[in-house]
Design a protein around this ligand. Structure first.
Ligand code: MLT
Length: 406
């Protein structure tokens, strides 16, 4: 008899964005009075930057000739892309990251989900609440959390993100071994200052803990005082792994390209306390389970770092930030408190009803899809997340509908 991994039974309902898609599909089938505008999942709507398209075309042409054709590439990514990333995203900002510490992949979601394979079953994990659900669910599947009671897993340490702490929880008093941080934050859009990240790095160094730092939204940071990478903080190399993505930066949600940085002096420990290079472990996992990102896609990602690519990506992120500003302004007019949307494409809005009721009301009365905050954790109850990823016309129309509803 084939036995299943019963940890799957401990998962709470379905994956958040699948549940939203199901509710929207069901409502769509009732033939709503107006077209539905989607400001729920953070999926980009604008085309790829022209520099990326041109590079991808050239790479496709190379694949058409036996002289330039390429088969399997290096699992960790081609040097041309790893070097461009190291130079532009890290070394130019004073962060000491080498090209061979970068692992190119097909998504930050997959990487943040898969990284937990490197760690023991019995580690203590701290999870911010609200949080991107992938961090929790993948640890549930791996059997690290115990069962859920009243929406929370006994085996996790929850770090409450509330209006009082600006949705940036401080390190806990108790010792944990692994912590997930995401700034600019999904879902709240909050950002962490250099001092706040330095506090986390000091905590991790003091307790030999590891920070998993999800920086998928760093391209939306406009405030020059805010750090864009955890490696801008002294001492972070030894205690942090960073995840980034071209999805939101350059419109690659459908094209798929991301990367994970594992510094060579970042250590994990055996039960006997002996240090092991996490870089070597991730390299072993990556080469065993992954065969690399398509060559034309890596060429397109490389083009992000060309002078024209940089300008185009800036224009793209500016465009979504323009949408975010419209959403923020509308929420303020409606006297609904907001966080985010200034250095982030997400706007976190305090609602008058509970999250799912408000979500349903916006869907059925305004035909606007958002994401209920409760789907990101208990502390998300009473909030919704509005995504700025859509056309200007759709965002303006959605905001006009919300004003009508008020
Ligand atoms: C979101 O809406 O939270 C993101 O699009 C999810 C993701 O990037 O996987």
């Amino acid at each position: 008899m084939i036995k299943i991994n019963e940890n799957f039974d401990k998962l709470q309902s379905s994956y958040l964005f699948s549940e939203i898609a199901r509710r929207v599909r069901e409502y769509q089938a009732t033939e709503p009075p107006r077209r539905i505008i989607r400001l729920g999942i953070g999926d980009v709507t604008e085309p790829l930057p022209p520099a990326c398209i041109a590079a991808m075309h050239r790479a496709v042409d190379e694949m058409a000739s036996s002289a330039t054709f390429r088969g399997y590439g290096p699992e960790q990514g081609y040097d041309f892309l790893r070097e461009a990333i190291a130079r532009h995203d890290y070394q130019s900002r004073g962060a000491d990251i080498a090209a061979d510490e970068i692992f190119v992949s097909d998504g930050a979601k997959c990487d943040t989900a898969n990284i937990q394979e490197l760690f023991a079953r019995n580690i203590r994990i701290a999870i911010p609440d609200p949080v991107y659900p992938v961090y929790v669910d993948t640890n549930v599947m791996a059997g690290r959390t115990g069962a859920a009671r009243n929406g929370r897993y006994g085996g996790l340490v929850y770090l409450a993100g509330t209006a009082r702490n600006g949705f940036v929880p401080a390190p806990p008093k108790r010792q944990v071994d692994l912590v997930y941080l995401c700034y600019p934050n999904n879902p709240t859009g909050a950002t962490a200052t250099r001092e706040q990240l330095a506090e986390w790095v000091a905590y991790a160094r003091a307790s030999k803990a590891l920070i998993l730092f999800d920086a998928a939204y760093e391209a939306f940071i406009r405030d020059p005082a805010l750090p864009r990478s955890i490696y801008e903080i002294e001492g972070a190399r030894e205690v942090a792994i960073e995840f980034r993505s071209f999805s939101k930066t350059a419109g690659f949600t459908g094209t798929r390209c991301a990367f994970t940085v594992v510094p060579k002096n970042c250590m994990g420990y055996t039960a006997a306390g002996e240090p092991r290079q996490l870089h070597a472990l991730w390299n072993r996992r990556h080469t065993t389970k992954f065969n690399g990102v398509a060559y034309p896609v890596q060429r397109a990602a490389e083009a992000v770092y060309s002078p024209e690519g940089q300008q185009q990506v800036r224009a793209l992120t500016d465009f979504y930030l323009g949408n975010a500003a419209i959403i923020r302004k509308t929420m303020k007019q409606l006297r609904m408190p907001v966080t985010g949307g200034e250095n982030s494409p997400y706007i976190w809005v305090r609602t008058r009803d509970d999250s799912w009721s408000f979500f349903d009301r916006l869907l059925k009365e305004a035909q606007v899809v958002t994401t209920p905050g409760a789907g990101f954790g208990r502390c998300g109850e009473g909030y919704i997340r509005i995504s700025a990823f859509n056309s200007r016309e759709n965002v303006e129309e959605a905001m006009a509908r919300l004003r009508e509803l008020a």
